[in-house]
Design a protein around this ligand. Structure first.
Ligand code: URA
Length: 236
């Protein structure tokens, strides 16, 4: 189910050709410069021309998809995995009815909250580069009461997986059993493992922020919507 209006993202012509599988950067730019591409039946020689909502594009007189990019935020429910194929649990892609997209980063099957899904591999690769240190915030419910000492321990960086030194993270206590944790890396089960080092356990985990995106409070679990232009700009 979608919430909000359908969005068309304004992109340069050569990227649209690439997404239509017409070749790499070089080939698509050459096709355009050699006059093979028409926008609204007019030959266009500039690969960087921005394609607008109403534009149609033809390559050698064949119509192609003028708006092939999609970016959405899903409020992931429990019981789904972030892989493209179903395993023990179904893939989140079942919820959006698209097989041509993938998740930007992964959440565990039992983690809920903000998940970015796209078919734009270049954005996804960029956001997942380890040196980018993209921030993610999680609401955490713990099985034992939280002690204030954990703030300092997380800030100093705990050791997980025997010898991996986590980067400094920010923990804000909300009440005895609830806190917000902000981390800038994404090791497998990272938050759960971090709490285990402090003799506590994560009871429930919900991602509320990813980079500059905040989970839309209007989305119920299992619902998604397309990103706005502004949101896309903020993470691009
Ligand atoms: N840390 C975890 O332990 N699980 C997640 O799904 C995300 C972060």
């Amino acid at each position: 189910m979608t919430v909000g209006e359908e969005l068309i993202y304004i992109k340069p012509l050569y990227l649209i050709l690439m997404k239509n599988q017409l070749g790499n950067h070089k080939i698509c730019k050459t096709l355009i410069k050699h006059g093979h591409v028409q926008i609204n039946d007019q030959i266009c020689l500039n690969p960087n021309t921005l394609i607008q909502l109403e534009d149609n594009i033809k390559v050698d007189n064949c119509l192609i998809n003028s708006h092939p990019f999609i970016y959405m935020m899903l409020n992931k429910p429990k019981g789904y995995i972030c892989s493209n194929i179903d395993e023990k649990y179904p893939s989140v892609l079942k919820l959006i009815n698209r097989v041509d997209c993938y998740c930007v980063g992964r959440l565990d099957w039992d983690t809920t909250g903000l998940l970015l899904i796209t078919n734009d591999s270049s954005l996804s690769k960029k956001l997942l580069l380890p040196h980018q240190h993209i921030y993610k915030s999680y609401e955490v419910e713990t099985s034992k009461p939280l002690d204030v000492s954990i703030i300092k321990i997380f800030k100093q960086g705990v050791i997980i997986d025997h010898n991996y030194q986590c980067m400094s993270s920010e923990l804000t206590i909300i009440d005895d059993y609830h806190c917000i944790v902000k981390i800038c890396e994404g090791k497998y089960h990272q938050i759960k493992k971090m709490f285990l080092t402090c003799n506590n356990q994560v009871k429930s985990l919900k991602r509320i922020q990813f980079h500059h995106l905040t989970l839309d409070s209007k989305l119920n679990e299992g619902e998604y919507r397309l990103l706005t232009y502004k949101e896309l700009e903020m993470i691009s």
